[in-house]
Write a protein that binds this ligand. Sequence first.
Ligand SMILES: [Zn+2]
Length: 154
Amino acid sequence: MEVDAQIMSVRSLFIGRQNLDFMIDDCNLRKPEEACGLIVGTFENSVAMASDVMPVRNQSMSPYRFSIDPVVMFKAQKKAEELGQTIIGVYHSHPAGAEPSHLDVNYMTGTSYVWVIVEKCRDVKAFVYDGGVVEVKIEEKKGEAAGVTSRGPG
Ligand SMILES: [Zn+2]
């Protein structure tokens, strides 16, 4: 419960420009289907610090919903832990729509993740569930060398 209490209070997401652009590109690449992936990093009090984003297959292969293989999720969490990190969030795209769907809200209530939604392959928004859906401020990380963690050039 301690971890949940900490994560519930997240009010901002720090993330590099290249990771924001990556999620927008992923939306464009996979539309009309929803793109989805994991965000790895650390929690520091009320701040979620993203270090990397990892695209994963949308098992639903749908323009209206997404699902992620639990085995992929488990392996990603293990890999993150080896780097002293954790999965801090899940991203997915709404190629045509906006705002969390009823289905999204159902998912959110069961997790402590930051939920990033790429609206219309253009606007990146972040939410947490804290008694209700709360939008989280996205702050661009500055002055960070590219590719600090797992991804190579490109
Ligand atoms: Zn959604």
